[in-house]
Design a protein around this ligand. Structure first.
Ligand SMILES: [Zn+2]
Length: 273
């Protein structure tokens, strides 16, 4: 369960809660600004279209509660809309084009540099954003010199004892994993009676997968009737709570590492060996 604008993340670490004077005077040497990037898009019949942005905010709210208080972590309001054109035409989907999303994130990065910040984390909770964010991260690095990180929290913790192997492979949208998390962070926001199992059948193919090493470009209607890719009927609030505990434990530790990381060390340390 999480409350927006309540708790340490929002009271102590939410950057726009500060005044310009406070931001000017703060120590920015190791400060890490965290930009959540989510999506507003169909998530099957049972989940809110806000799911990805909701998960980003909930996860950061919980992770910042556990993180080192002195680490210099600063949370920005999320970029709530993502690149969701794979779902376009399915009601509730509001997508930015790749060029627009790239432009928005580049502009935010340029503004952060102009405010004196050096480090940015692109915190992504929508699979359809991942490829673009990796491109944008490098563009920011090249144009501004900022140190830029990108991560998707769902990749951080081992949940293989909670989520089946089939679900880990194919449950990429509105399945057990995401549904369990929404049940845990916003009880009452999931329409249990409309949860479905809808898994694409790739059993005839040896090399081709949905999100694996050899992929085909797909629109959601190509692979799913319901808009779900996975098995939402397996989801539980308890599982979601455990997943969030593990993911936020990892994040709290990772944040410390990102704050102390310096790109120049990578080469300098090697040179000393
Ligand atoms: Zn999602």
């Amino acid at each position: 369960m999480f409350m927006r604008y309540e708790g340490r993340a929002w009271e102590e670490r939410f950057l726009p809660r500060l005044t310009s004077k406070q931001i000017r005077e703060m120590d920015k040497e190791k400060a890490l600004v965290i930009l959540p990037v989510g999506a507003v898009e169909q998530h099957g019949p049972h989940l809110p279209v806000m799911t990805d942005t909701l998960i980003a905010e909930a996860t950061l709210t919980q992770a910042l509660d556990k993180a080192d208080r002195d680490a210099g972590l600063w949370l920005l309001p999320p970029v709530s809309y993502g690149k969701s054109n794979e779902h376009i035409g399915m009601p509730g989907t509001i997508s930015l084009s790749a060029a627009t999303l790239q432009g928005v994130i580049m502009d935010i990065a340029r503004s952060l540099v102009a405010s004196g910040f050096h480090k940015l984390l692109l915190f992504n909770t929508h699979g359809g954003n991942t490829d673009l964010l990796n491109v944008v991260a490098r563009e920011i690095r090249i144009e501004t010199g900022m140190t830029v990180f990108s991560l998707s929290p769902s990749t951080l913790a081992d949940v293989s004892d909670l989520i089946s192997a089939e679900e880990l492979e194919y449950g990429i949208h509105g399945g057990d994993y995401e549904t369990s998390i929404v049940k845990a962070v916003k009880p009452g926001w999931v329409k249990d009676e409309w949860a479905v199992k809808d898994i694409p059948d790739m059993s005839d193919y040896r090399f081709l997968t949905i999100e694996g090493k050899i992929r085909f470009a797909w629109r959601t209607p190509d692979i799913s009737e319901s808009g779900v890719c996975g098995d939402a009927t397996l989801a539980s609030e308890e599982k979601g709570r455990i997943i969030q505990e593990r993911v936020t434990d990892c994040l709290a530790q990772a944040f410390t590492e990102l704050c102390s990381f310096s790109v120049s060390d990578v080469r300098d340390k090697k040179a000393q060996v």
